[in-house]
Write a protein that binds this ligand. Sequence first.
Ligand code: B1M
Length: 221
Amino acid sequence: MDTILNKLTRCIEFGKTDKAAAWPPDMKDQDGADELALRALEEGHPPDQILDALIAGMEVVGRKFSENKIFVPQMLMSAKAMKAAMTHLKPAFESGAAKRKGTFVIGTVQGDLHDIGKNIVAMYIEGSGYEVVDLGVDVKPEQFLVEIDKHPGCVVGLSALLTTTMINMKRTVDVIRETHPKQVICVGGAPVSEKFCREISADFYSPDPQGAVAFLNRLAS
Ligand code: B1M
């Protein structure tokens, strides 16, 4: 059945941002990720379900890219569609308690420009009652040091999506540990694993935002 969530998945797969978007030509004048995400929320679909539909679209994008069926420009259009939909989901995820339980400093490691997953993790954590300092993408290790000094007691979160930038995750952990040996560091991202987390001496690995929130809650309790 062609549900609104299926349509959303297709918008991400084909990079249909909004109704006015000319790309892709065969979806001209159809609602895009922007309109559909808003409508799905209005119809009462839980934000988690909507997010799953968006991620399902991205998984297809990744598969097609690996098989050389699409290229970087199409991936960019999909990312743009994802961001349009996320704009509507953000308030739902960020409606956490006003009183903050702690501070989480997050960034995508140096050399890595992928931010969709990192943004989702940041939203979940903010919605779970933490102050989030989002340093963005391509973050140099030294930038984390500056924020650690500004937010004593914070937890640092590192995201990496490329196998080639995992080495920069290790370097970031090493640089932080030189001056802050006890700094708590949580790592994640598609190529990262529990084993890699142990190898680079990070404190915690989570494959998803929920695991990162559970870890922070355990620390805060
Ligand atoms: Co890129 N890309 N990309 N890309 N891209 C991947 C990652 C890739 C797997 C595609 C593929 O080959 N199948 C591949 C990496 C291969 C590898 O390293 N072995 C790849 C490549 C090769 C590249 C380029 C090198 C392509 C090129 O230029 N030739 C280039 C690199 C640029 C750079 O970073 N320097 C590149 C560029 C891009 C775009 C800019 C076009 C775009 C990113 C746009 C953006 O982020 N603003 C893009 C995209 C969209 C993807 C795919 C298709 C989707 C990534 C994504 O957003 N996934 C991706 C293939 C794929 O993953 N299926 C791919 C959805 C997101 C919700 O999941 O990010 O995994 P994810 O986050 C999850 C979890 O991992 C976890 O929670 C999140 C939410 O569930 N998580 C954490 C993430 N961080 C966490 C931190 C935590 C805890 C959990 O604690 C701190």
